[in-house]
Design a protein around this ligand. Sequence first.
Ligand SMILES: Cc1ncc(COP(=O)(O)O)c(C=O)c1O
Length: 376
Amino acid sequence: MIPMLDLVSEYEILKNDIEDAIKGVMSHQQWINGPEVKRFEEEVARYLGAKFAVGVNSGTDALVIGLRSLAYRMRGKERFESAEEIITTPFTFTATGESILRAGAKPVFVDIEDDYNISPEAIKRAINKNTVGIVVVHLYGNPCRMDEIMKIARENNLFVFEDVAQAFGTKYNGKFAGTLGDVAGFSFFPSKNLGAFGDGGLICTGDETIKSFSTYLRNHGGRDKYNVEFVGYNSRLDTMQAAILLKKLKHIDEFISRRRDVAKRYIEGLEGLSEIVLPAETKGGLHTYHQFTIRVLNGKRDALSGALKDEGVSSMIYYPVPLSSMKVFEGKCRCESLDRCSRFAKEVLSLPIGPTQKREVTDRIVETIRAVLKRI
Ligand SMILES: Cc1ncc(COP(=O)(O)O)c(C=O)c1O
């Protein structure tokens, strides 16, 4: 079976480096807040061109802690009020909406564009007197139209939080995603562009108060062990994960370029099929293809995905259920018109992609899709 992502072959390339990193941590035994954590925070901030980077335990925690830090920065409070609204996309992983609820605010779901990212026009229409901010998601590694979104935010005095879980290395107008808004949350879940050997996450910001508050919250809410002011979490980035990420960061440019090569090969191979819509790159952006996601028209998505499985090719649906239809948000969110999102949830299909995916594998997938579409 061709997997969605071949982490084993990635490990083969990095094996020596990573085993050295793990041995280094084993020999000093500082598993929590060891020296690699600070080093990784400094190096990743330098790489991204961010002022501050704060390592945490997962991408989800990066979102919750980052949003709560914004509440503190804006309101001097630990959380938002339940009437305060944050506009976001429902076409994302649960964590995006869940973290808004956990930060105390109400998610407002608005529609997406043809590129699957939140629509700036829909954001504009959803703003009311209770709106405090916007959470954008650079879905599949393609950047949102940040110029327009930042302009809307500044005109309406709203914050912009970037969910960069799927977009490490993505750029927009020459700047890295995660440095375009006020605060950003990254995920190092193993399958992400920069993946750890377990859970991990990062908050990036240019704001000193947000950086300090995030640092307190990740460590039980205290300035130090016995000077605890806020209700925090045990959400540190493990030393071992930081050590592994430091090694993987050195390969990120090469890995992204290889992902883009795979995407280019898919696009060349699948061009001209009337029932397939290929992904497009945002103008001025650099798409990192965390996912290579097509749309399959004429109600043929599930038949194609089933036939691919029979032929030994994995595929996944990100996302079959918009957050606006999930029970957890019932009565706790506000929804604008979501026509495009509802339609795309029935049409999207993500194909295998990764930095080590060979040309022959991509070609085999392309040929299989072309053959299957003729008979379904
Ligand atoms: C868009 C998005 N936001 C947030 C997350 C949460 O990250 P994590 O799994 O590291 O908690 C993920 C991925 O898992 C994601 O894809």
